[in-house]
Design a protein around this ligand. Structure first.
Ligand code: ZN
Length: 153
């Protein structure tokens, strides 16, 4: 037990140079942490950290990166509200819960993009929604319909 805690500290210590601290605006998120186990172009959040294979891609000076952080911040806040362990268990084991959480995360992300003048392609969003692992409870038609509904006209 003691050894595994030490190992964890060492691993986090090693990962730190590949990550960066987030400022107050992103609370309850505190850091973006390098994790090569996360798929390219994806992020995973366990409050207060966001893990990704390329931390530089999440620097919030880019609108797309900030939008993704808004999505991850939403998960982080929900984890605190729900209880982190309960949230993680529900996310892993309950596809309906996972789907609801992700669509809510994507909602704030897509609204943020549009608030900052960035358009998105609903087909790209649908594609991404269908490539979650573990899967969301969505078929392609529903995902496209949902993403189109998020677009402001
Ligand atoms: Zn998400």
């Amino acid at each position: 037990m003691r050894w595994s805690s030490l190992l964890l500290v060492l691993l986090v210590g090693c990962a730190a140079p590949g990550g960066f601290a987030l400022d107050e605006r992103w609370r309850p998120l505190e850091r973006v942490v390098l994790d090569r186990g996360v798929r390219d172009g994806w992020a995973q959040t366990l409050v207060p950290n966001v893990y990704c294979a390329d931390p530089a891609s999440l620097r919030p000076n880019h609108v797309a990166a900030a939008a993704l952080l808004v999505h991850e911040r939403f998960h982080a806040q929900r984890q605190l509200d729900f209880g982190v362990t309960a949230w993680v268990n529900a996310y892993r084991n309950d596809a309906a819960f996972r789907t609801t959480e992700e669509l809510a995360g994507w909602h704030v992300q897509l609204q943020y993009l549009q608030d900052h003048g960035v358009e998105f392609d609903p087909l790209d969003v649908a594609e991404k929604l269908l490539s979650y692992d573990p899967k969301l409870q969505l078929d392609y038609t529903t995902a496209v319909f949902w993403a189109r509904h998020e677009q402001r006209r």
